[in-house]
Design a protein around this ligand. Structure first.
Ligand code: FAD
Length: 475
């Protein structure tokens, strides 16, 4: 009888332990993907990720066919789709790689219990993180709330297992079960096709993920420690959407980081591994605090008086705040489904501290628009910026979007790329167009309030307001 390999956010063939074990059992393999929706009927993907999912599934199906197998697509819920396939095919076992988000854990535990009663074998495997989130414990047996000791524990633990290769053949059952047509799932946007620019920047799928990792190691890894902070430099790996869909495993990235280096790796490789560990740390937090996306870990923030400011929120989402670095980031997000980390911090801080808009609204917006949207990293990062998280920037530390721009995008190359109406401003004013003399604005073709907005809040006043709001809950 065949074995089902249930693919989820692990759309890869290499370093896939669930698949490898199924193939080595010698039994025919049914490769299955289930489009699950939540209780409210919504997909567990934002609009941008639906685009990625479509292309990633197409790429996975091709690779599986190449090895002699077939990818079967079914609609969820899994609690119905899996028993249906088992009934149709007589499959006696289901393999999957463990998920670590609260919804995934809940669904998987319920299925395990049901299958145990029905006599169906379930084999679950690790591989989506460097370490299982319950594995690393503090000296007193608790969970970590601060990154640095977590990193120390993780690195002392010896790193993840060596990644395994993709199987060389996948044997399908003689009569494989029927599959939905990917096109019928309508994951791609139409009218308007707002995702049209995504394909100029991204290629979903395992092969593209491996290629990105290779070029990162070859060209950018050694300078990563410095370059990663400058949004105009192509200094980071841009592996995040590939990691979010599991097209590449963190163990593969972890291992590649060290290729060809000495035992101590060097600055770039160490810095890169530390960032991969932030992803694990976020999952560690989500595992121990399942409400990470909906409740500040610092409960004093329950009483925080967030402002209802629809105009401000809209200006932020569109990249019309009048602060060029924030606007460039929000527009990069819109056209590329991605934003550089330094700018994510500045843009998120602006929403929370300059506009005093609830961080959860920003988290939700990012979840819908980021190709790398991740339940752990997104929630943990928003809490970090808001100052209500575990190992967080204190609320009173308020990023000045002008100074951030001048420090990390000093010639304005990043702003010029994404806010073209400012492209002709001299570097001196590119991050503060509102201070430029009229003649300079005129010469650059900028008309404040017309071609580019005046700042929607004044920095100093916004800062004072934020500090006062924080003082009210500090108690
Ligand atoms: P690199 O610098 O090349 O880093 C390599 C990998 O390490 C990344 O792909 C990512 O998996 C991991 N990583 C790096 N930084 C972080 C971090 N701070 N936290 C967790 N993991 C990290 N990252 C997401 O993957 N999904 C999200 O939804 C997400 N939301 C964010 C929201 C905010 C407000 C902020 C400030 C950051 C967020 N990040 C998120 C973290 C970070 O910005 C991205 O992981 C990074 O920009 C991705 O680009 P890269 O792959 O080139 O990263």
């Amino acid at each position: 009888s065949p074995v089902i390999v249930w693919f989820r956010r692990d759309l890869r063939l290499s370093d896939n332990h669930a698949l490898a074990a199924a193939v080595s059992s010698g039994r025919p393999v049914i490769a299955l993907f289930i489009l699950e929706s939540g209780n409210d009927g919504a997909l567990p993907y934002g609009a941008a990720q639906a685009w990625w999912l479509h292309h990633s599934l197409a790429a996975l199906a091709k690779r599986i066919e190449h090895l002699g197998g077939r990818l079967v697509l079914r609609r969820g819920p899994a609690a119905e789709a899996l028993p249906a396939i088992i009934g149709e095919t007589g499959a006696a076992a289901v393999h999957w790689n463990r998920r670590h988000d609260p919804d995934g854990i809940r669904i998987d535990s319920a299925l395990k219990a049901t299958f145990r009663v029905d006599g169906i074998e379930v084999h679950s495997f690790a591989g989506q993180l460097l370490h299982d989130p319950s594995r690393l414990k503090t000296a007193t047996g608790g969970s970590y709330k601060v990154y640095t000791p977590f990193w120390r524990a993780l690195s002392a633990d010896g790193g993840p297992d060596t990644p395994i290769d993709a199987p060389s053949h996948i044997q399908s059952p003689s009569s494989p079960p029927s599959s939905d047509r990917l096109e019928d799932w309508r994951l791609l946007p139409k009218n308007p096709d707002w995702a049209s620019r995504f394909a100029t920047v991204w290629t979903p799928g395992e092969e593209a993920a491996q290629e990105r990792l290779r070029t990162f190691v070859e060209l950018r890894r050694d300078g990563y420690g410095h370059d990663r902070d400058f949004p105009a430099l192509d200094g980071t790996s841009r592996l995040s959407p590939h990691l979010a869909f599991g097209e590449i495993s963190p163990a593969q990235a972890w291992q590649a980081a060290w290729l060809g280096t000495g035992t101590d790796g060097g600055d770039g490789p160490v810095a890169f591994r530390k960032e991969l560990a932030w992803r694990d740390f976020s999952y560690h937090l989500l595992f121990h605090y399942p409400t990470l996306a909906s409740q500040g870990l610092d409960r004093r923030f329950d009483a925080f008086e967030w402002r209802q400011d629809e105009a401000g929120f809209r200006a932020w989402t569109r990249g019309h705040t009048g602060y060029p670095l924030v606007d460039a980031g929000m527009r990069q997000l819109w056209v590329e489904g991605y934003m550089h980390n330094r700018v994510r911090m500045t843009a998120a801080s602006f929403l929370i501290k300059h506009l005093l808009i609830d961080w959860r609204r920003g988290e939700a917006w990012f979840r819908d628009t980021l190709l790398d949207a991740d339940p752990a990293s997104n929630a943990a990062s928003w809490q970090w910026v808001a100052g209500c998280g575990a190992d967080a920037a204190p609320f009173f530390r308020i990023f000045n979007p002008v100074l951030q721009g001048e420090k990390f995008d000093s010639d304005g190359a990043y702003v010029r790329k994404y806010v073209p109406e400012l492209a002709r401003l001299p570097a001196r004013y590119i991050h503060r167009p509102f201070e430029a003399p009229k003649a300079i604005l005129r010469e650059a073709g900028v008309s404040l309030g017309q071609t580019y907005p005046e700042p929607i809040v004044e920095h100093r006043a916004a800062r004072d307001r934020a500090l006062a709001a924080f003082a009210a809950i500090k108690g």
